[in-house]
Design a protein. Sequence first.
Length: 307
Amino acid sequence: MSVDLNAVGVISVISLDLMVPIALTAVGEIFAEKAGVVNIGLEGIMLTSAWFAVFVAWYGGSPYLGFIGGLVMGLAFGTLHSVLSVRLKGDQIISGIGINIFALGFVPFATFGLWHVGGVFPPVSFSFGRVEEIQTPWAPLSYFVPGTVITAFIFWYILYRTRWGYQVRATGENPEAADAVGINVDRTRIMSVLVGSALAGLAGAYLSIDVVGQITKDISAGRGFIALATVVFSGWNPLVGLLGAVVFGYSQGTANWFIGVPAVRNAIPNADYLLNAIPFVVTLVVVAIALGRTRAPKAIGTPYKRE
């Protein structure tokens, strides 16, 4: 039985490209949760940032401006979440749910209100301009792929080899002790949330500008929730989170490749729906395996109120 190396190469390129938004979002959320703040609004941040990236790229005439726009939108939501959950000591889960609900309504409303289309914008014929890619024998590979790998290593180094990383981990494990030794708990948590949200915003911009070239009302397609599952699977380690994102990327990439095979589409009724469910099945299996084997930061999800 021979292996089609060309198919393996194509699947690998597709999968690595699809790994990027999950990995970026998961690494950022690991950093935030290490400081004790959970943000389940990642899906909403990615979706809204994807829309804003298209908005900026459309009017600015450059895909790279779109990436900046997505990053800025992520920072804006990070600011909102950190004010509600850190400064005002609000419930972190409710804040995240609010972000998700807002995004689900905002994106289709803004798309129709601004461009007078109800589904996809811009039309397929439009291009934001060429985003430079790495040429491989199988398909172009985004520069975001090596950039994401480097980002995961940088954040691992920051968390475990720098003073700032020590402060982040201390505020997530024992904020009272961190405060006692002079660490500004609120400031450290706010900075960590901003970093995590910025990466989620960049991930959303990558989806709409680099991967799809359009905005749709469901472009994030659950990737924010898969990123949250990746955080649990990783045991709050950025490098393991990168590995988890690769696993999910390959599950989605393999499914996408099989969807394009006529024999598969003819043999399996509604093959699109069935195969697109594979990443979510993988998510459930991986999280089920990880539960009980990983330990979350002790103070995660708990607002710190100085006595």
